[in-house]
Design a protein around this ligand. Structure first.
Ligand SMILES: [Zn+2]
Length: 281
C-alpha cells in the first residue's frame, strides 16, 4: 500500500483533487450558501489558471518536492520521527498533525509581515468565495510554502506516505472549506469540532481586517482555538458579509496577469498585522 501510494502519487493527488472539485461544484449548484456577486466564468478561468500554473511549477520546475524529501529523510534516518522505530499507525498521524500545525503557522506569518502578505493577498482578493478560491494562490506563495514544507518534513522526519496523505488532505480540505455551500442545520457545529468548515473559513475572507486575521486553519480547527485566533461567525452574517479586500473591488483588475503582478505593484491595504497602521489583530 505504502509503495503503491509513493509510486502513484501524482495520479492519486490529481484524482483526489478532481473528484473533490467536481463534488464541491455540484454541491454549490444544488445548495448555495450565498448569492454570487460575479458570474462563475471569469473567476473560474482565473482561479483554475492559477491551479494549472502552480501544479506545473511544483511538479516540473522543482525536481525535489516534499515527497522526495520525505524519501531522503527516511533512507538517511533524518528528523525526529526517524530517530526511533515508531510504528506507522502512530508516526503517520503525528506527522500529519505536525505538518498541519506548521501550515497554520505559515499562514499566520503570511498575514503578519507585509512582504509575505503581498503574495498572499491575491488569494484574499477574490470577490466571491467558492471552491475555486481554494486553488487561487500566487506561484511565489506556493514556492515559499513548498520550501517551508520541505524543511518541516526534514525536521519532523515525516514518511513519504504521511506527506502524500497530508497533501491530499490539504488540497481536499482547501476545496471543501472554500465552498459556497449550505449545510444542514447543526452539521456545521458538529463538523467544525474536527475539520475547518466553509462557514468557519469564510470568516477569514471577510473584508474586515479583524476577521481576515482570524481562522487561519485549513485542515483542523484546533490551532485557532489553541492560539486564540478563532472567530465563530462573521459580524455581518454569512449572507450579508462582504468578501475580499477593500483595495480590490474592481473585477476588471483581477485577471490572471494582474494577479501575478499584484505583489509587486499594489498597495497592501493595511491588512498585514505587523504594519504600524493596524493597531488591532
Ligand atoms: Zn489568509
Amino acid at each position: 500500500m505504502q509503495d503503491w501510494l509513493a509510486v502513484n502519487e501524482p495520479e492519486v493527488r490529481f484524482g483526489a483533487f478532481l473528484s473533490v472539485l467536481i463534488a464541491m461544484m455540484l454541491w454549490e449548484v444544488a445548495f448555495p450558501r450565498r448569492r454570487r456577486s460575479l458570474t462563475r466564468r471569469g473567476r473560474w478561468v482565473t482561479n483554475l489558471s492559477m491551479a494549472a500554473i502552480n501544479t506545473g511549477l511544483s511538479r516540473f520546475v522543482i525536481p525535489i518536492v516534499a515527497v522526495g524529501m520525505a524519501e531522503v529523510a527516511s533512507t538517511q534516518g533524518w528528523g525526529l520521527l526517524n530517530a526511533w522505530a515508531i510504528p506507522a499507525w502512530i508516526s503517520v498521524p503525528v506527522a500529519v498533525l505536525a505538518l498541519d500545525c506548521v501550515i497554520y503557522g505559515q499562514h499566520v506569518l503570511f498575514h503578519t509581515f507585509s512582504p509575505l502578505w503581498r503574495f498572499h493577498m491575491m488569494h484574499h482578493s477574490d470577490l466571491d468565495f467558492d471552491t475555486t478560491t481554494g486553488v487561487r494562490f500566487h506561484p511565489i506563495e506556493i514556492l515559499i510554502s513548498l520550501s517551508v514544507k520541505m524543511t518541516a518534513v526534514l525536521a519532523i522526519g515525516a514518511s513519504p506516505v504521511a506527506v502524500i496523505l497530508f497533501e491530499v488532505l490539504l488540497n481536499g480540505t482547501s476545496l471543501f472549506n472554500h465552498g459556497n455551500v449550505q449545510m444542514p442545520g447543526g452539521a456545521d457545529r458538529v463538523l467544525r469540532l474536527f475539520v475547518v468548515t466553509p462557514d468557519m473559513h469564510r470568516v477569514h475572507h471577510s473584508i474586515h481586517k479583524d476577521e481576515t486575521n482570524s481562522n487561519f486553519g485549513f485542515n483542523f480547527p484546533w490551532w485557532d482555538w489553541l492560539f486564540g485566533t478563532y472567530r465563530a461567525q462573521p459580524a455581518s452574517g454569512h449572507t450579508a458579509m462582504s468578501i475580499g479586500l477593500e483595495q480590490f473591488r474592481e473585477p476588471s483588475r483581477l485577471g490572471v496577469r494582474r494577479l501575478l503582478l499584484m505583489p509587486f505593484i499594489d498597495q497592501t491595504g493595511g491588512y498585514a498585522i505587523a504594519q504600524p497602521k493596524t493597531g488591532s489583530q
